[in-house]
Design a protein around this ligand. Sequence first.
Ligand SMILES: Nc1ncnc2c1ncn2[C@@H]1O[C@H](COP(=O)(O)OP(=O)(O)OP(=O)(O)O)[C@@H](O)[C@H]1O
Ligand SMILES: [Mg+2]
Length: 594
Amino acid sequence: MWNTLVRTVALLAPKDRRRGAHLLVLVVLMAMSETFGIAMLLPFFMVLSRPQMIEIQPAISAIYHGLGFTDHHSFLLVFGLVAFAVVVLAAVIRIATTFMMNLFAQKSGHRMAERLLETYLRQPYVFFLQRHSSELTKKITADSQMLVSYVVQPGMYVIAYTLVVITMTGVMLALDPFVALSVGGVIGGMYVLIFRASKRMLARIGQELDVANNQRFSSIEVAIGGIKDIKLMGREDVYLDQFRPASLRAARHQAISAALAESPRYLIEAVAIGGALTLALLLLATGRGTALVLPGLSVYALAGYKLIPSAQRVFSGLSNLQVGDSVLNAIRDDFAQTVPPQPRSTTLVEAMQPAREIVLRDVGFSYPNMRKTAIEGITLSIGVGTSVGLIGGTGAGKTTLVDIILGLLRPSEGAIIVDGVPIDESNLQSWQQALGYVPQSIFLADTTVAENIALGVRKDSIDMAKVEECARMAQIHDFVLSDMSDAYETRVGERGVRLSGGQRQRIGIARALYRDPSVLVLDEATSALDTLTEKAVMESVQALSHQKTIIMIAHRLTTVRPCDTIFMLDKGRLVEQGSYDELLATSRKFKAMV
Ligand SMILES: Nc1ncnc2c1ncn2[C@@H]1O[C@H](COP(=O)(O)OP(=O)(O)OP(=O)(O)O)[C@@H](O)[C@H]1O
Ligand SMILES: [Mg+2]
């Protein structure tokens, strides 16, 4: 458990660690004030039951005479009032501490979620090819909340109430060592035994809870993400059946762990009441007489009132920590396995301006966990201001090559060299600023057409004239004006569900143009357009060439026909290059494709 706390502290952001330390001071104050408030009640009851105590007990006697009391009644009255005031003060401190502890726990959960999202977002693109988005969503939402309720909050309760237990035991030892030791021994011993017995089970519950949560999130993602296919095939039940047991298991595990953490209390309360009876009889048997028994019993009552609930909180805190251990580890591993987020420079990076040529020298790449290389030994040169076409069968490596040019994937071998300068970490951002990209499948956000074209630009900084100009080039302007209810202010629906495939593609093209890139990369960007619209789009894009460098992937050879150079890939290798007419005259492979 100590281990878990140390790992939790290590995981917290430095700011949270500092806040936690401040909070600890308040926690110590709380433990002390609670103990002190109760400690005042005991002498009160002692005096009440045996007024001679005033004379016998040196401390009480000193206060009695020092403050000039003359009768026992008024002394007891004032004594009682002071004790009450201290108890009230202790309660106020406790309310404040509880509030602060909760605030701290929730805020550290919030910061954990924020740090996780930031860490993920700053990972290289390959990271996302290996991880499930539902797993990341789960970590950011469910796990950071689990961390709050199963690690941070219980951790603080354990620290706070261990202190209360220690100080209370101290006071009890001072008042009546015999009662204190027997009570402490029995209660402590029972809690230790129960904890030992349930420890493994709690840890297993923690692990299974994590697995169940993963399953829940992934079945939701698949079901809702693939709703069209699922509806058509009538497979809703399959996903419900996947979700139900996982969700049920998570619920059951949470219930069991909560019950395991709470139930010893009832057992111990029962034992405590039995103990009170036994103790009363025992004390009487030692011949102390009723008046002497009462103080001993009040120490016992104190234990029942404060020590047992505090010990219970320590116990349930420890139980929760045991469950939370696997979430803690999962999050810790994620931080350990990811590159710490390097904040991108906040100043705008100037876009690179390629002047002569973009060269790929001996570029190779293999995806993680794949034995085959996706592309291999590719050397080619793209003149600035020219347009090139990338062709080849499906799976030939076209998208991979383009992702490398875009700097999303780092080549395993070779390099991209722009005007003699290799692209590396230092100039990657500047290179990417020069690029416009239309991917094979366009992502649309559920915002307006204008915001989608100017993706990532704050709404009030969108240049509407430019949005329209780009939409015109992409042949979507007329459609937006005539068919969309609010023109550029129309919302497109989640992932653009309210648009056709071709409309989405043209918005994607307009988006790439909005950045006014010097290099435009199109991956099957016109595949969903009819030949006439494609021709119009390509004419306006070609009209840009000789100002811009254009790299386009296409399956239809007519699309790449006007390109200055066509590169043909096959099984990850560059097999042919030349203009359309040259290839038609010289290449058998090319001719076969026509
Ligand atoms: N994320 C990935 N992880 C592992 N392998 C991948 C990944 N993406 C692609 N591949 C593999 O790399 C090879 C090249 O894929 P790529 O997507 O570059 O082909 P492509 O030429 O663009 O095909 P298409 O015309 O179908 O889009 C394929 O064999 C594919 O299986
Ligand atoms: Mg592709």
